[in-house]
Write a protein that binds this ligand. Structure first.
Ligand code: ADP
Ligand code: MG
Length: 323
């Protein structure tokens, strides 16, 4: 059992940022409106996530760390219509197999909460505990059971950059949720709740970036698309100013990135990337999120139509403005 968990964990929990991602996903699935991420040692010493979401009952809390325990899928048919970020019931089990985990959770209606302590040898304790409504999870000594993996972590600075990227992407994707990221006691990112993508962009990337953006809206039978792209003057040598979301999920997709660049034709200097913050609404039937356990890479059906929609949307946005 514990061997199986470790193998699975190898895929879900690649680095501290993967833990942060999975835990934030869970908080979002639990309808949290305020999510606080506090890390030490770039997440290798500790990661603490506090949310004000629905919390868990005593029973659900005791099951949450079992492999394939999920409250989000009841039938195979559900798989075709998943709208929650998680659904495999793997994340908590995987994280607990490579770290020391403590969770305290309470549903609003319950008088007392539940505290669960887990490590790689399994459940250590379950007890009643006082708690705010919501859930807090602390993950300590990541990879203490797998020193080899620990050794392969990049520099502390790189790991912190990955975590910042994860929190930033979530903040951009869920502007109405407030996010705080604290590293070694310092607030390094705060994104107050806002109902506007542009507001979030200003907060996260600064007014200079926001000023060179052009709004983009596009609608076809298959896809509806909205967001911002940059004027060709604002380009980067990498795609760090790009974020794509399908049905609220932050995803990576070569297809989408390439299509955006194609929309610029010759306006884009060689080897440069525009900024692009794009939200896609596509019938979940056409989106396969079940490709990889980390669920960032998605597979789309109707690739050609979607590519064409993006190119057209970018062309129209660029044509609508004075460059
Ligand atoms: P999944 O998200 O795929 O269902 P996880 O292992 O990530 O699986 O979580 C297991 C279960 O624990 C979830 O289905 C959910 O019921 C519960 N859970 C986890 N995190 C939270 C949270 N922050 N708030 C409320 N419930 C949670
Ligand atoms: Mg999950």
């Amino acid at each position: 059992e514990s061997t199986i968990n470790k193998i699975a964990a190898g895929e879900v929990v690649e680095r501290p940022a993967s833990v942060v991602k999975e835990l934030i996903d869970n908080s979002i699935d639990a309808n949290a409106t305020d999510i606080r991420v506090e890390i030490r040692g770039s997440g290798t010493k500790s990661i603490i996530i506090v949310d004000n979401g629905t919390g868990m009952s005593h029973k659900d809390a005791s099951l949450a760390f079992q492999k394939h325990a999920t409250s989000k899928i009841n039938s195979i048919e559900d798989l075709n219509s998943v709208l929650t970020l998680g659904f495999r019931g793997e994340a908590l089990a995987s994280i607990a197999s490579v770290a020391k985990v403590e969770m305290v959770t309470r549903q609003e209606k319950d008088i007392s909460g539940t505290k669960v302590v887990v490590d790689n040898s399994g459940l250590r304790s379950i007890s009643s505990a006082g708690s705010h409504a919501g859930t807090s999870i602390s993950v300590e000594d990541l990879f203490y059971t797998t020193p080899a993996r620990r050794k392969y972590l990049k520099s502390m600075r790189t790991e912190l950059a990955h975590i910042t990227d994860v929190v930033t992407r979530h903040a951009i994707s869920y502007p109405d949720i407030s996010f705080t990221l604290i590293s070694d006691g310092k607030v390094i990112m705060r994104s107050p709740s806002s109902h506007d993508l542009l507001d979030s962009i200003i907060h996260l990337y600064g007014a200079d970036v926001a000023r060179s953006l052009i709004p983009l809206e596009f609608e076809s039978d298959l896809v509806s698309l909205s967001g911002y792209i940059s004027k060709p003057q604002l380009t980067r040598s990498g795609n760090d100013l790009q974020a794509f979301f399908i049905n609220g999920r932050s995803i990576s997709s070569k297809l989408i990135g390439n299509a955006v660049r194609l929309g610029y034709y010759t306006l884009l200097p060689k080897g440069r990337y525009p900024a692009a913050f794009l939200k896609f609404t596509i019938d979940p039937i056409h989106v396969d999120v079940n490709v990889h356990p980390t669920k960032r890479e998605v597979r789309l059906s109707h690739e050609k139509e979607i590519e064409l929609a993006i190119i057209t949307a970018v062309e129209q946005a660029l044509a609508s403005t004075n460059l």
